[in-house]
Design a protein around this ligand. Structure first.
Ligand code: FES
Ligand code: FES
Length: 157
């Protein structure tokens, strides 16, 4: 077993984990943050996307021990005193169908909007190309992210 220390959504976590434990399974099973989903376990679907030290990563592509000392943000860390504007936008524009891909989509959308607050439709589609929606509602998801850009722009002005 290996000792790890992490900061997740601003809270400190210390644990002993097996060296082969994937970060996504640590988040869900040990830290009980089940908003991060597992769709494939092989880095293809994006359901497990989180921020690690400010960058979006697929948490099934990393071992928990490799994240030792890192700061993570999961979907649970986005809502502060109400839903995050991206979450509001997904509700408003029907970007959520079964919801399985949604946490990963929202994290990828936030990563995009942090670096590009006014993305084109093409840029939005590129930003979510690593996220698969099995319900295939991509147009509503793209519309949701465009709407989120608008909402976040309004809150800045
Ligand atoms: Fe990580 Fe699918 S569960 S990419
Ligand atoms: Fe069902 Fe995307 S909303 S998988």
């Amino acid at each position: 077993m290996h000792k790890i220390s992490l900061k997740i959504n601003g809270k400190d976590y210390q644990d002993e984990v097996e060296p082969r434990l994937l970060l996504v399974h640590y988040l869900r099973d040990k830290a009980h943050l089940t908003g991060t989903h597992v769709g494939c376990d092989t880095g293809n679907c994006g359901a497990c996307t989180i921020f690690l030290n400010g960058k979006p990563i697929k948490s099934c592509n990393m071992l928990a021990v490799q994240a030792n000392g890192a700061e993570l943000t999961t979907i649970e860390g986005l809502a502060k005193g109400g839903l995050h504007p991206i979450q509001e936008a997904f509700l408003d524009k029907f970007g959520i169908q079964c919801g399985y891909c949604t946490p990963g989509m929202v994290i990828s959308a936030l990563a995009l909007l942090q670096s590009n607050p006014k993305p084109t439709e093409e840029e939005i589609r590129e930003a979510i190309e690593g996220n698969i929606c099995m319900c295939t509602g991509y147009q509503q998801i793209v519309d949701s992210i465009a709407h989120a850009a608008h909402l976040m722009g309004q809150s800045r002005s």
